[in-house]
Ligand binder design. Structure first.
Ligand code: ZN
Length: 164
């Protein structure tokens, strides 16, 4: 009678947290990633020549990844530049793709979108101020970036109908 050899024991890493969540996939491929909140990051946008952090990344409660480039790159261009496809932003299947994307019925002005843009620009300004506060000198790039923030917020205001 032969003793049955047991299979090699599963090692600890089999039980480790799954590493292949959409947010991991995206963050590992991005450059100059900075976490700004438990579920939010900013990074350089891979889809344009981005010397400044124009890309905001958010992980939704359902683990879907939301990407927004404030210079105007589309989610498709961004994931393509990362060597991913839109389905990689979603856990499991990609059914929710239909809610995302570039539908033909775009509202002329989206207040939520504009407020998110202002929030992003304010965040960029905060990060620059933190850098200066830590004793580093304000460089030209940061000054330009602050000017761009002001410009983008003014543009949002114009798009909303300007000052009354
Ligand atoms: Zn971009």
């Amino acid at each position: 009678m032969q003793t049955q050899k047991s299979r090699p024991a599963r090692t600890a890493y089999d039980n480790a947290r799954p590493h292949d969540t959409p947010i991991d996939r995206v963050l590992h491929r991005l450059d100059r990633v900075k976490r700004t909140a438990p579920d939010k990051w900013i990074a350089r946008c891979p889809a344009h020549d981005d010397k400044r952090p124009s890309l905001s990344i958010r992980e939704a409660e359902d683990h879907k990844v939301l990407l927004k480039c404030w210079a105007g790159c589309g989610a498709f261009e961004i994931v393509a530049a990362l060597g991913l496809n839109l389905g990689d932003l979603f856990p499991g299947d990609c059914r929710s793709l239909h809610q995302h994307g570039t539908g033909p019925m775009r509202r002329p002005f989206d207040y939520r979108d504009a407020l998110q843009g202002i929030a992003h620009e304010t965040l960029v300004a905060r990060l620059i101020i933190e850098t200066v506060n830590s004793g580093q000198e304000m460089d030209v790039e940061s000054l330009d970036r602050l000017a761009l923030a002001e410009q983008r917020i003014s543009d949002a205001l114009q798009a909303a109908g300007g000052v009354q």
